[in-house]
Design a protein around this ligand. Structure first.
Ligand code: BDP
Length: 510
């Protein structure tokens, strides 16, 4: 509990940073109000001019950008049984894998420092260690990674200060899981909050932490036989800005450096706090921009040191997510945007922590899968990112809470994602891209921003799916027609709280 309170306080102080101006260049032309679709609930829509030059690509979006993070004690309930009902887990991961490469599966979180291989039933075990990592759990993970080609980041217990335990888990993992399926072993979860374990962690700070990490690496690094096989520091709150220093120190061992970020907190009670978990706060630009702002310095340090950096654990609201926020369509809009912000920073990807209210899919009481709105956001992102996509800067003004992202695919095609995160106002995006034609369009939409189930992406929904495969939507679809208003120019109506994916292909010369 203390940890949660402290985390709330620390995260609160971080969120007091002033809001920075958003990246895309402002267009000279201002946005203006236009009369729109007569008969619609909102009588006027804001016209937002947007343009881009497909030749000015910036960063590539890495493969295996998407990912999930699961606690050690959730592996069996959540990831196991890749047959019957729970084949859905593998089906959902494979769907993302086909688009952007296999999602990274990280096993860790608070359970990381509460768990040990074959937990010794002996005395002198720290009071916080109570989770037993069994052969069965590792076998399930091995099976999952074979089925999906997902690579694993496996969390080792640092809090207990037992390098020998970590060595045991590492050798068992490599014996049971194909070593090529293990991306990294992560040494400790959120050590910035280890004070909750009491002495000697309480009040000891980073020097003590680094001494412990060195003691671990002394034992573990020889087992890696020259491979960069470790991950960390998994800092969340107080120490996140020290990640560049961590990368510099440990680069020789790091396969990937991981950071954590939750913009909101489910236990936050103060409704006026910017961290209060509400749909309005989740959809604020700051809740997505944090994924750019808080990782950029680490990405730069990582580049210098040859270490990829990712959000090893993240989601909408810590404390397990919040019902009515984390499990609604708002999470799909936020999640898509947060992934693009991460890509804009040049980071390698994200791992959404789950299950809880923030799970991208959950299993109901009878074992049936429920694909949650967040998954649609992951799916939309993976479709847009593709295998070798590169971000293209889009010039537009943000009079409303609108985000526009563009990706150029390997054949020169453009995939444009538009997110209207405004809760009440329609917009018409006036998009101009010289030399391109519209070849495909799909909407990410829901009955309401609060919807938990009635969500669709293009003609597909997972609503009612029991095996993790989507089926065509059965409910009425309000058609939002895109108007072509000239060569390479379109008006794209965007209802409040909705997303769209447009695929543009090069216009053949006349
Ligand atoms: C993270 C912890 C994870 C928790 C999550 C939460 O690493 O284990 O489940 O917070 O509170 O910081 O939701």
């Amino acid at each position: 509990m203390n940890g949660v309170v402290m985390k709330a306080q620390q995260k609160f102080s971080l969120s007091l940073h002033p809001r920075h101006a958003f990246g895309p260049m402002a267009l000279a032309a201002g946005a203006f109000i236009a009369a729109a679709n007569a008969g619609s609930a909102c009588h006027a829509a804001l016209v937002v001019p947007a343009t881009l030059n497909p030749r000015t690509t910036t960063l590539p979006i890495g493969t295996s950008f998407t990912g999930i993070s699961v606690e050690w004690n959730q592996v069996r309930p959540y990831l196991q049984k890749l047959h019957g009902d729970r084949a859905a887990t593998a089906a959902l991961l494979r769907r993302l894998a086909r688009l952007n490469g296999p999602p990274v599966v990280r096993v860790g979180g608070n359970s990381e420092d509460q768990a040990a291989w074959n937990l010794p039933h002996r005395h002198h075990i720290p009071h916080f260690v109570h989770i037993n990592i069994t052969r069965r759990i590792l076998t399930e993970l091995g099976w999952l990674s074979r089925q999906t080609r997902s690579r694993l980041i496996l969390g080792l217990n640092l809090g207990a200060r037992r390098p020998a335990w970590a060595a045991k888990l590492m050798s068992q993992s490599e014996a049971i899981i194909r070593p090529s399926h293990i991306l990294a072993f992560e040494i400790g979860n959120e050590p910035d909050l280890f004070g909750r374990f009491g002495k000697p962690w309480r009040g000891s700070g980073q020097p003590y932490y680094y001494r412990q990490v060195s003691a671990y690496l002394k034992v573990l690094a020889p087992m890696a036989r020259g491979r960069k096989l470790f991950a960390g520091g998994a800092f969340c709150c107080g120490w996140r800005s020290s990640t560049p220093r961590y990368i510099k120190r440990e680069a020789a061992y790091l396969a990937v450096s991981t950071l954590h970020e939750y913009p909101l907190g489910a236990p936050v009670r103060n409704r006026r706090s910017p961290q209060f978990a509400s749909i309005a706060n989740l959809l604020k630009n700051s809740s997505a921009r944090a994924y750019y702002r808080e990782i950029s310095a680490s990405v730069i340090a990582g580049r210098k040191a040859g270490v990829p950096v990712r959000w090893g654990e993240m989601n909408s609201a810590y404390g397990g997510g919040k019902d009515g926020v984390s499990n609604t369509f708002a999470a799909a809009l936020w999640g898509t945007d947060a992934m693009f912000e991460t890509a804009r920073a040049g980071a390698g990807g994200v791992n959404f922590h789950m299950p809880g209210y923030y799970g991208a899919w959950l299993y109901g009481p009878r074992g049936h899968v429920r694909v949650m709105p967040l998954y649609y956001g992951m799916w939309l992102f993976a479709k847009a990112a593709g295998m070798h996509g590169r971000l293209v800067p889009v010039a537009y003004k943000r009079p409303l809470n609108i985000k526009i992202w563009a990706v150029r695919g390997s054949r020169g095609e453009l995939r444009i994602v538009i997110l209207n995160k405004d809760l009440t106002r329609r917009a018409i995006i006036h998009l101009r891209v010289a030399g391109y034609m519209l070849s495909h369009e799909m909407r990410m939409a829901a009955a309401s921003v609060k919807s938990r189930w009635r969500v669709r992406l293009g003609p597909w929904t997972f609503n009612g799916s029991i095996n993790g495969d989507p089926h065509p939507v059965a409910w009425n679809r309000r058609v939002q027609t895109i108007a072509t208003v000239g060569p390479g120019a379109w008006n794209i109506p965007m209802p409040p709280a909705s997303g769209a994916l447009l695929v543009l292909s090069r216009r053949p010369p006349a």
